[in-house]
Design a binder for this molecule. Structure first.
Ligand code: PEP
Ligand code: CO
Length: 395
């Protein structure tokens, strides 16, 4: 590596390679991966650095206790998504949710979709078994195919090229739909580092930005202090989200913040709690206390901690989701912390993936219109009702 490309904190876009990278696919042909990386290095950025910088300013406002971050979208995007329809759908859904929220938000409503790059999924199990056949787990369309067949499940580096092309198209449609005045920013989990590294670019001042999305987040399964993912995310200027799950201790969170953002940059870190309605009361207060006085923003993901299994199907219930949101607002306020946003898995379609409210009444109804490639999402009506619920909490 050319010494002039190494930042003063010893970071460079490939420095993650010196750390343990969990949740990464094992590609059979390393030279094919190198060729894809080289091609991505010469490819168009998905987003513009100026826009990512604008999001940093908006999140800095949130850190000052004003405004609200609405973040949401699919658990996983798919190569089968009809892009124009998907973008129209998510824009319409954000519009409807913003209509509910805006009257009660003092300051900017910051809209950020899980879109234009949300293709890689961490998995709890490496493998999946059906009828006695065991194959590698599906890791998102950017890695392998969802079909339960040996060929589809083989990780294929060419999928990174396809994900990039689809993301460029999706991001362009999204900015055409809303324009610069009322943007919907893009975000995804920074999981597949061979995809992220070549899309990391410098601005005119020499600072590094991820151009794969405006905001990237660190998943709950890859947030170990010494991890390759933490190493990558500490060096970029983008807003970085950190999923904070039940096993994260207060000291560990302090160390993680020191590592990701030693300089305390304003608008840099968004902490995203995801504990489950039953446990948030016990788990969140010590974390809030550990981050007092730091320029971080706290939001809640009420989806991932409220997931149970019914056979092979993931089950989420709207009352649990709302209860975690309520708990978040009450606890944050009791601790003197500004509840700055929500992070949701939601669809603009009338899917039947979460139980309750204006959705399926029971597990038996889930199969009617179950379309997700990964986790269950709120349907359009459930998402709008949740926005109204949050608006009432903000009033
Ligand atoms: C996700 O947001 O889809 C996800 C996998 O979340 P977490 O890392 O919090 O489990
Ligand atoms: Co998910």
């Amino acid at each position: 590596m050319n010494a002039t490309l190494v930042s003063n904190l010893g970071w460079y876009p490939a420095s993650w390679r010196g750390h343990r990278a969990r949740q990464m696919p094992e590609y059979a042909d390393e030279s094919a991966v190198r060729a894809v990386e080289a091609r991505l290095e010469g490819s168009a950025p998905v987003i513009r650095i100026e826009e990512a910088s604008r999001l940093r300013e908006l999140v800095a406002d949130l850190a000052g206790g004003r405004g609200f971050l609405l973040q949401g979208g699919d658990c996983a995007e798919s190569f089968d998504d009809p892009v124009a329809e998907q973008v129209a759908g998510i824009v319409g859904l954000f519009d409807a949710m913003a209509d509910r929220l805006r009257p009660n938000v003092v300051g900017p409503l910051v809209e950020t979709a899980r879109i234009a790059g949300q293709f890689a999924k961490p998995r709890s199990a490496q493998e999946e078994t059906h009828d006695g056949v065991t194959l590698p787990a599906y890791r998102g369309d950017i890695v392998n195919g969802i079909e339960f067949d040996a060929n589809a499940r083989r990780p294929d580096p060419q999928r990174m090229i396809r994900a990039h092309m689809q993301s460029v198209g999706t991001a362009a449609s999204l900015s055409a739909a809303r324009g610069a005045g009322a943007p919907i920013f893009t975000s995804h989990e920074a999981l597949l580092l061979p995809y992220e590294e070549p899309l990391t670019r410098r601005d005119s001042a020499g600072r590094w930005w991820a151009t794969s999305g405006h905001m990237l987040w660190l998943g709950d399964r890859t947030r170990q202090l010494d991890s390759a993912h933490v190493e990558y995310l500490r060096g970029i200027e983008n807003v970085v989200g950190v999923k904070c799950g039940p096993t994260l201790g207060a000291d560990e969170l302090s160390s993680l913040i020191d590592r990701l953002d030693p300089l305390g940059r304003n608008g840099k870190l968004v902490l995203i709690g995801r504990f489950g309605a039953k446990r948030i009361g016990e788990l969140l207060p010590p974390l809030l206390r550990a981050t007092k006085g730091r320029p971080v923003v706290w939001t809640i993901d009420p989806m991932h901690g409220n997931t149970s299994m019914s056979g092979k199907r993931k089950v989420r219930r709207l009352p649990d989701i709302l209860a975690e949101v309520d708990g978040f607002f009450a606890i944050a306020r009791a601790e003197g912390v500004y509840p700055a946003g929500v992070h949701l898995e939601m669809s603009a379609l009338d899917v039947t993936e979460c139980i309750g409210g204006r959705g399926p009444a029971s597990i038996d109804e889930l199969e009617k219109n179950w379309l997700t490639a990964c986790d269950p999402r709120l349907n359009r009506a459930q998402a709008i009702d949740l926005a109204a619920h949050v608006a009432a909490l903000l009033a």
